[in-house]
Design a protein around this ligand. Structure first.
Ligand code: COA
Length: 335
């Protein structure tokens, strides 16, 4: 264990979304809805979904390779893989699947965390502790979700929201004394577990409990989630900034979890941020769970909406209920 804290560097960020686009108009073939209804309540116009044999491991592999290439590190120098997935294709374990896909020979620890849409920030918080303490140097975080395969596509209140996608970050020990995570905080309140759930539908031994079990799907009380998040998140993000010793004027951009544009606007209004400082891309991807923040970072940098060398607030929330926030520096060259 190091005597003093080792600073963390965000070295590379990558993402991958599937090719197949499903628009709001397409969804009218499944149930009674309209583009106007969905867009006005969520800000979503279309989402990307996996097709054929494509799955969250494929997306995660591509996002990871993208992040690793940008970080400039050799995959063999990674010494931990954390997979954040709330809709995995393999319960044992997405992290190990990514390890295999990257062809890494070293037998480094790889594991999954499940904090739903807050998974990227939870992963970043774990990685920060491990790097700051000197236990690990180079950690890959992969957030990848196959939401489309766990949705009930007859439930028009829930299935309109989600899309598939993956995002990845490589974080390393920094050699210039600067920690790119200025502040990070993660929270949960299990008393609100009923707002979003995905019950496991395994079958017991037939000698104990003969039964037929229907495949389980994501169940969401949309109105309840909205009310809960709008109540806690704006103040939470405001306090995160204040507690870090910064002011809102020090923040260049807000890059929030992309779940609902009205929730993002509630945070924006609380912080009194102009539109050009608030990044949204859910119009084209819907809610890609834990992947939504890295996808939004890389895409907004590529589009010139976010300049590197800036200070950014990330915030997310998800099933559990879980939530979290981070103030990070985005260095030149990381995406
Ligand atoms: N198209 C048309 N009508 C729909 C619909 C759809 N896709 N989905 C639901 N409705 C109907 C409902 O059946 C209901 O009709 P009723 O009044 O006749 O019963 C009516 O619209 C209102 O439903 P409600 O669920 O109260 O709508 P809402 O205004 O709360 O919007 C969400 C629903 C899901 C868009 C909104 O609650 C939301 O975005 N919540 C946040 C969810 C979230 O962020 N989840 C991710 C967490 S990581």
């Amino acid at each position: 264990m190091a005597d003093k804290l080792i600073p963390l560097k965000i070295a590379g960020i990558g993402y991958c979304v599937p090719e197949t686009v499903v628009t709001n108009d397409d969804l009218t073939k499944l149930y009674e809805t309209s583009d106007e209804w969905i867009y006005s309540r969520t800000g979503i116009k279309e989402r990307r979904l996996v097709s054929g044999n494509e799955n969250a491991i494929d997306l995660g592999e591509k996002a990871a390779k993208d992040a690793i290439a940008k970080s400039g590190i050799d995959p063999e120098d990674l010494d931990m893989i954390i997979a954040a997935s709330a809709a995995p294709i393999e319960i044992y374990s997405m992290g190990c699947q990514i390890h295999k896909r990257l062809g890494i020979k070293k037998q480094v620890p790889a594991f999954d965390i499940s904090a739903a849409c807050s998974g990227l920030i939870y992963g970043l918080s774990i990685a920060k502790g491990l790097i700051n303490s000197g236990m690990y140097k180079n950690i890959l975080i992969v957030a990848t979700d196959n939401n489309s395969k766990l949705l009930d596509w007859t439930d028009r209140g829930t299935s309109i929201l989600f899309g598939d996608g993956a995002g990845a970050m490589v974080v390393t020990a920094s050699d210039d004394g600067v920690d790119d995570i200025i502040s990070i905080d993660i929270r949960s309140d299990g008393n609100y577990d009923h707002l979003i759930s995905l019950p496991f539908s395994g079958k017991n031994c037939p000698l104990v409990e003969p039964n037929d079990v229907l495949p389980s799907t994501i169940k969401m009380n949309g109105r309840g989630v909205y009310a809960f998040v709008v109540k806690i998140l704006p103040n939470y993000v405001d306090n995160l900034i204040k507690n870090s010793g910064l002011t809102v004027d020090d923040i260049d951009y807000l890059i929030p979890h992309q779940a609902n544009v009205r929730i993002i606007q509630a945070v924006q209004e609380r912080l009194n941020l102009p539109d050009e400082k608030v990044i949204t891309n859910l119009k084209y991807y819907g809610n890609t769970s834990a992947a939504s923040i890295p996808i939004a970072i890389v895409e907004s940098v590529a589009q010139g909406k976010v300049k590197l060398g800036s200070k950014v607030v990330l915030c997310g929330f998800g099933a559990g209920m879980t939530w979290g926030g981070a103030i990070v520096r985005l260095r030149e060259g990381i995406c």
